[in-house]
Design a protein around this ligand. Structure first.
Ligand code: NAP
Length: 216
């Protein structure tokens, strides 16, 4: 598939390289095309195109938001009409206060719901926000594949997103509608807390495991 990734930083770079290995075509949309750092990211993603956000999304089958939370409104606005498009929202609405990262909103709304409101008519899915970029770059090597929840509207678009997430090596799991972002963003915050405050490895991930021999 043709995947537009908005943001060529840690997350954008990791996802682009991993999806390129799985056979997808990547185009990056950035606010300032031409920065020297983009060349290595593009090369690692199979020789990806790097351009404006409008260029990247033009012929994309799926669009991934991988920009800082504060840049989300500008990145979405730069896409133009998103009606009917598939948007994967990998962002977390983080703020830095009193020396620590925390969520800037919740628990009666969520970043995923705000992205949905901004992306008029798009099929928006909260996913790929739940582990560090190191795991997104390479989800292999775990005793059981790490779980990656997907929250968003039911239908063909959700099946596409579940496949794209599985192509990265995750156990992709449908978590329900976009309002479940209210749970998935704090779930990401737990991962961040464990990594930043409790010494958990940045290449660690959570997995919803089944007992050996469980039916179904
Ligand atoms: N880091 C993680 O492990 C992790 C894990 C899960 C989720 N997330 C979430 O993923 C998002 C990205 O995190 P990150 O660590 O990848 O950040 P990052 O390394 O700072 O990269 C952000 C990228 O977004 C680009 N950007 C900024 N404003 C833009 C705009 N208006 N339009 C297009 N591109 C724009 C930046 O371009 P410039 O380089 O030109 O500034 C940069 O390439 C955040 O919302 C974060 O909460 C991060």
């Amino acid at each position: 598939m043709k995947i537009a990734i908005l943001g060529a930083g840690n997350v954008g770079g990791a996802l682009g390289a991993a999806w390129a290995r799985a056979g997808h075509m990547i185009a990056y949309g950035v606010s300032e095309p031409g920065k020297p750092a983009h060349a290595a990211v593009a090369a690692a993603a199979g020789g990806a195109r790097v351009g404006t956000v409008a260029d990247a999304v033009r012929d994309a089958d799926a669009i991934v938001l991988a920009v800082p939370w504060g840049a989300v409104p500008a990145a979405i606005a730069a896409c133009g009409d998103l009606a009917g498009r598939i948007v994967l929202d990998a962002t977390n609405p983080l703020t830095f206060e009193n020396g620590a990262l925390s969520l800037s909103l919740g628990f009666d709304t969520s970043g995923g719901e705000q992205v949905t409101a901004l992306s008029k008519g798009a099929h928006v899915f909260k996913t790929l926000n739940q582990v560090g970029y190191e795991v997104m770059a390479d989800a292999s090597g775990f005793p059981t594949p790490p779980t990656m929840f997907v929250a968003g509207p039911d239908g063909a678009a959700k099946q596409t997103v579940l496949r794209l997430v599985a192509d990265l090596g995750f156990a992709a799991l449908d978590a329900g509608p976009i309002a479940i972002s209210r749970l998935l963003e704090p779930h990401a915050m737990l991962w961040i807390h464990m990594a930043m405050a409790k010494g958990a490895p940045r290449d660690g991930a959570f997995a919803l495991m089944r007992k050996t021999g469980a039916a179904g």
